[in-house]
Design a protein. Structure first.
Length: 85
């Protein structure tokens, strides 16, 4: 398909678009994508896990980077705010 859409390639472009839309529809209907509510629940679970394991995460980061305890830590980071809006 050429870069310019004209009468010579209109049919090809329409066929390509129809195939693309059908593929996206099938992908969506397969359940591979998730709802907003599901994603929000997962983000909240991630936040809980980060808070729960904050000390271990900080220790690992210090070991990896050689960071001194006086450097900023996870505790000094801005809290993650998750809202329904």
């Amino acid at each position: 398909m050429g870069a310019v859409l004209d009468n010579s390639n209109l049919s090809e472009a329409q066929g390509w678009a129809a195939i693309a839309v059908a593929r996206q529809r099938n992908y969506f209907e397969s359940g591979a994508t998730r709802s907003y509510a599901f994603r929000l629940r997962q983000l909240k679970k991630l936040k809980e896990a980060i808070v729960q394991y904050q000390g271990q995460i900080q220790d690992a980061l210090q070991r990896i980077s050689g960071a001194r305890p006086s450097r900023p830590t996870l505790k000094s980071a801005r809290p993650l705010k998750i809202s329904n809006t």
